[in-house]
Design a protein around this ligand. Structure first.
Ligand code: PLP
Length: 434
């Protein structure tokens, strides 16, 4: 065993990893464009943008230079009572591209904390605003509605609004209650609408939270914008807020800058992370409308949003995000996103004919093949085929991490058409051989 791998085994506890049975981890020494380069010199095409974060390729020189310059000028400062140009500029630029009703940016650390921020913002908003629709006290709005299959992160609030699957099971008794409604895909829209109506009629719903158009962790499941529009409009008629968790879908992943750009109904709160910094630094951001922001304004300091983190608004992370936005908004990047979306859609069409493929779906730069399973009860995240597929892909120089029986790719935007076809070919080969 290589020295680093042995030292890793003695010192590290990896996320989402059964440490007793997992293969030794790849020791990655460098990144270069769409590739990760291992310590032994092997190159791996990063087909999952290293957990859905990377947009423009690894160790991008423009992002690296901006980070270096910022680190040499100001690495961090408390974000209560102090501010700085990178955070201000980033907030202004995000508000310029978010849905028009978004008016303020609140910074946090990652996707989960961006969601926690959104949940607490919504609850305190209702507590302080009162409910203009006639509920005597705003405190009555303390419930959330979420979609079946939802995944919003691993902190307790985010887990509470996530579906009660395997990830949440050990903590289930400690999670606050959330109402889950059907995912409004295809024929299930009617059920979703009925579920939501029932929950709204019970009263007390603070917000409806959703991953717009694409549920990542649930296996890259997609559902139509028109259906989501209908649900948001329904929630709104009952006075509930709409929270769009764009942690995965933001920054071009669905083909538009935000998944909300496919919608007619603008969300009240938007959660961002992952691609926000181009995948270079951890950073979360939660935007909201002016109406929400104003509910926290008071002569009373107790009515402030008493929430934040040591690294809120970290200047180096904000600088990375600014560099990433420059790259993202360039015409060339839009063309690359369109090329990936076209290629994915074409491959999904072809894959649909394969006997082992139960469903092939693509949305923007995300592509997923849900495989038929032979063994009954072998479904979902722990399907035994997942790790075998991952090993097969790695042996062929491609980093993919199937979600159980769902093989998917979400490549960085710098990937070439030829590289995409390498990924498709290896996935196709795996259908025959794994
Ligand atoms: C939609 C969504 N929300 C929230 C999160 C949590 O983000 P993080 O892992 O950065 O805490 C994820 C992570 O995959 C996600 O996909």
């Amino acid at each position: 065993m290589k020295a680093w791998a042995a030292r890793d085994r003695r010192a590290i506890w990896h996320p989402y990893t059964q440490m007793h049975t997992a293969d030794p981890p790849l020791v990655i020494a460098r990144g270069e464009g769409a590739y990760l380069i291992a310590e032994d010199g092997r190159r791996y095409l990063d087909g999952i943008s290293s957990w859905w974060t990377n947009l423009h390729g690894h160790a991008h020189p423009a992002i690296a230079a901006r980070i270096a310059a910022q680190a040499a000028a100001l690495e961090h400062v408390i974000f209560a009572g102090c501010t700085h140009a990178p955070a201000i500029e980033l907030a202004e630029r995000l508000l310029a591209i978010l849905p028009k009703n978004q008016a303020r940016i609140f910074y946090s650390d990652d996707g989960s904390t961006a969601v926690e921020t959104a949940l607490k913002m919504a609850l305190q908003y209702w507590a302080q605003r009162g409910d203009a629709r006639g509920e005597a006290r705003g405190e009555a709005r303390r419930r959330f509605v979420a979609l079946r299959g939802a995944y919003h992160g691993d902190t307790f609030g985010a887990m509470s609004v996530s579906d009660r699957g395997a990830f949440a099971r050990p903590f289930e008794d400690l999670l606050f209650e959330t109402a889950f409604i059907e995912l409004p895909s295809g024929a299930r829209l009617g059920q979703a609408r009925a579920d939501l109506e029932r929950e709204l009629a019970k009263g007390g719903v603070a917000a409806f939270i959703f991953e717009p158009l694409l549920q990542g962790a649930a296996g890259f499941r997609t559902y139509p914008a028109a259906a989501l529009d209908e649900l948001i409009a329904l929630a709104r008629r009952h006075g509930a807020l709409a929270i769009a968790d764009e942690v995965l879908t933001g920054f071009g992943r669905t083909g538009k800058l935000f998944a909300a750009d496919h919608l007619r109904e603008a969300p009240d709160i938007v959660c961002m992370s992952k691609g926000l910094t181009g995948g270079a630094m951890a950073l979360g951001a939660t935007s909201c409308t002016n109406e929400i922001f104003e509910a926290f304004l008071s002569e009373d300091r107790r009515r402030a949003f008493l929430h934040g983190h040591s690294y809120s608004g970290n200047p180096i992370a904000c600088a990375a995000a600014l560099a990433s936005l420059d790259l993202l908004l360039a015409a060339e990047c839009r063309e690359r996103i369109a090329m990936i979306a076209r290629s994915h859609a074409e491959f999904a069409r072809r894959a649909r004919g394969h006997a082992r493929v139960r469903e092939a779906r693509s949305l923007g730069t995300a592509l997923a093949l849900e495989l038929e399973l032979h063994a009954a009860g072998d479904e979902s995240y722990f399907a035994e085929i997942g790790p075998r597929l991952a090993r097969f892909y790695l042996e062929r120089g491609i980093l993919l991490r199937p979600l159980g029986n769902v093989a998917y790719t979400l490549p960085p935007y710098c990937v070439t058409e030829a590289e995409l076809h390498r990924i498709y070919d290896v996935i196709e080969e795996s259908l025959e051989r794994v």
